[in-house]
Ligand binder design. Structure first.
Ligand SMILES: [Zn+2]
Length: 356
């Protein structure tokens, strides 16, 4: 494994630079050495202004262009699983972080170093702690402390997407529906009122619920409202006086958080509903001019992103964002994680054609 103290050489091709980054371990919470290396490699380029906040590094061009495009990637990986140092087999580079997402970071670094006269102003964001609890997410910290560093007309999050454009992301809301009754001995059940039985009405509404399919900017988002947990019962001889059904609503990003909450309350009208957890979705923003040119440059294929990702943080800042990266999302976090070297080269080529 190369020493973490060897400087990063941004003249390496994308595959070789990915291997170099992969051999630079940076498990969440332990990104400082890699952030230092990224920062000093970028500071060597006079066309970039480089800022640092914690282990987050932001590099920007300031050419006064009409539009600004932001490319973001996280520096951390999940824990190493005996899969370092990296190794190459044919077209495949194996190792922790190859797909998620040091291949994307390598493409960002290559573009940052070489696009000295881009058509749009460019912002490159490298952040820490994406793979752990949301409160430690470096992009979240940047959005709070330095929102001006993240100003852009369009953002690309270079998470693994198999070379497809994944637009926006769905929102997610969790709520508890609490049913109450009267506790009694089950031998004299007529003296009680069974809270678990009241859940039948809640489950009936869920079973009858017809989730919507919503098309936004040509992408179809499929909503879902589902029970994900049920709690109730006191003992084998007690009529229970409480039952809680937890539901999860995954909703299309054209709904606001208020609208999503109102919808869930309407479905369970007459019941006690408590929202416990709520993260808004993100619009794909594919009708923006920069996004249209981006889609054309990347082959014009886009699909909806169903899970929640950091693109929602950009959306909250008013920046439309998509996921697009060379890694394979199905290989992320796996012991045999790998990435295609030709996919890394193709991703860089497409982005260079769009931005150059
Ligand atoms: Zn990732």
């Amino acid at each position: 494994m190369s020493s973490p103290h060897t400087p990063l050489d941004l003249t390496l091709d994308g595959g070789a630079l990915t291997a170099r980054l992969v051999d630079f371990p940076s498990v969440s919470g332990d990104e400082q050495a890699l952030a230092d290396a990224v920062e000093s490699a970028l500071r060597a380029h006079s066309h970039l202004t480089v800022d640092r906040f914690g282990n987050n590094v932001v590099a920007r061009t300031n050419l006064g262009r009409a539009e600004r495009v932001l490319l973001a990637g996280h520096l951390d990986t999940v824990p190493i699983a005996d899969n370092l140092p990296s190794r190459i087999e044919g077209d495949l580079l194996y190792g922790c972080g190859t797909s998620d997402m040091k291949s994307g970071v390598a493409v960002q670094l290559r573009l940052a170093a070489t696009l000295t006269e881009p058509g749009h102003d460019l912002t490159f964001v490298f952040y820490d702690c994406e793979e752990i609890e949301a409160s430690r997410n470096g992009l979240g910290h940047l959005a709070k402390a330095h929102p001006d560093w993240l100003k852009a007309d369009f953002a690309v999050l270079m998470e693994p997407s198999g070379g497809m454009v994944e637009g926006g992301c769905q929102g997610t809301l969790r709520a508890q529906i609490r049913l109450t009754g009267t506790r009694a001995h089950s031998a004299r059940s007529w003296l009680g009122d069974n809270a678990i039985h009241h859940a039948a009405e809640v489950l009936g509404r869920l079973a009858a619920y017809e989730p919507q399919r919503v098309v936004i900017d040509g992408l179809e988002y499929r909503e879902g409202l589902n029970a994900v947990r049920i709690d109730g019962g006191v003992a084998g001889n007690v009529i229970p006086d409480e039952c809680v059904v937890t539901v999860n609503f995954r909703y299309a990003p054209n709904r606001s958080t208020e609208d999503a909450e109102a919808h869930v309350r309407e479905v369970f009208d007459g019941f006690e509903v408590t929202v416990t957890d709520h993260a808004p979705g993100a619009l794909p923003g594919l009708s923006q001019p920069a996004a249209q040119a981006f889609l054309a440059a990347t082959g014009g294929q886009a699909r909806a992103k169903f899970g929640w990702t950091d693109v929602a943080r950009f959306s909250a800042l008013g920046v439309p964002a998509v996921n697009y990266g060379p890694g394979d999302p199905n290989l992320a976090h796996k012991r045999d994680e790998h990435c295609s070297l030709s996919a890394i080269a193709e991703c860089e080529e497409r982005l260079r054609a769009w931005l150059g």
